[in-house]
Design a protein around this ligand. Structure first.
Ligand SMILES: [Zn+2]
Length: 243
């Protein structure tokens, strides 16, 4: 995987130029946000450079965000067996709503858009140890509900510097877009989006966090992203009106 430092506390790891996950530095080690694809575990652990991955936090349960979860969790156990307890992944955190989808339950709640949930949920053995609610903290990251791409999608805002890890609520590959707006160069996240109106409402909420940096699951991060997010929101509004 290709590693790119986005800031003093944030590194983006990229597979095939298209699938991102993130290492966030905390005082006690690292938080891994998302787990890219199966086969990425070794690269993720190597990128941590011996610093323990204390927590794994997931934006949502699609295969290209949880693919290496079992591998990274197993690597933590291996390090612990070797006598270095510091290597153990102590926490696997996912939103309570998304955990249900990851467990194979695609039923919708009252009040949710009546569209079928889309995208691939690959079975993972590693169970979440913590179910997140909006406003919760994972280390320095605050959980921001951002349903739309999936019903339980969340973003993570670093309260220290305003960096926002937005998962698939936005994508920048082929041009910035709200989740659900098709970019023909890379249409997969849009095709896997559950409900575009919900995604649009979440995009506005994320813009309202006034992020200093927008990091996404697919594509390059943007600094001072407000204007670009605003543009993507306007485009998504026009797209919804056209139907
Ligand atoms: Zn996704």
């Amino acid at each position: 995987m290709r590693a790119r430092r986005l800031g003093p506390r944030l590194v983006q790891l990229t597979r095939y130029g298209a699938v991102n996950c993130f290492l966030v530095t905390e005082d006690d080690g690292l938080t891994l946000v998302d787990c890219a694809m199966a086969g990425c575990g070794r690269d993720i652990v190597r990128a941590a450079g011996g610093v323990p991955i204390r927590r794994i936090a997931l934006t949502h349960g699609h295969s290209d965000h949880v693919g290496a979860l079992d591998e990274v969790a197993a690597a933590g156990v291996e390090v612990a067996k070797a006598g270095a307890a510091a290597g153990t992944v102590a926490e696997v955190a996912v939103s309570a709503r998304e955990a249900r989808l990851m467990a194979g339950d695609r039923s919708l709640d009252a009040g949710e858009a009546p569209s079928p949930v889309r995208g691939s949920y690959r079975a993972v053995r590693t169970r979440p140890t913590r179910l997140l609610q909006p406003g919760d903290r994972v280390g320095s990251l605050r959980v921001v509900a951002s349903p739309g791409h999936t019903p339980g999608h969340v973003a993570f805002l670093d309260t220290r510097d305003g960096a926002l890890i937005a998962g698939d609520a936005f994508a920048t590959l082929g041009g910035i877009a709200v989740g659900g707006t098709v970019r023909w160069m890379f249409p997969l996240p849009a095709m896997a989006t559950w409900d575009r109106a919900t995604a649009l409402a979440s995009a506005r909420v994320l813009l309202g966090q006034n992020p200093s940096l927008l990091a996404v699951g697919h594509g390059a991060a943007l600094r001072i992203p407000g204007v670009a997010m605003d543009r993507a929101i306007a485009e998504a509004e026009r797209g919804l009106r056209r139907g």
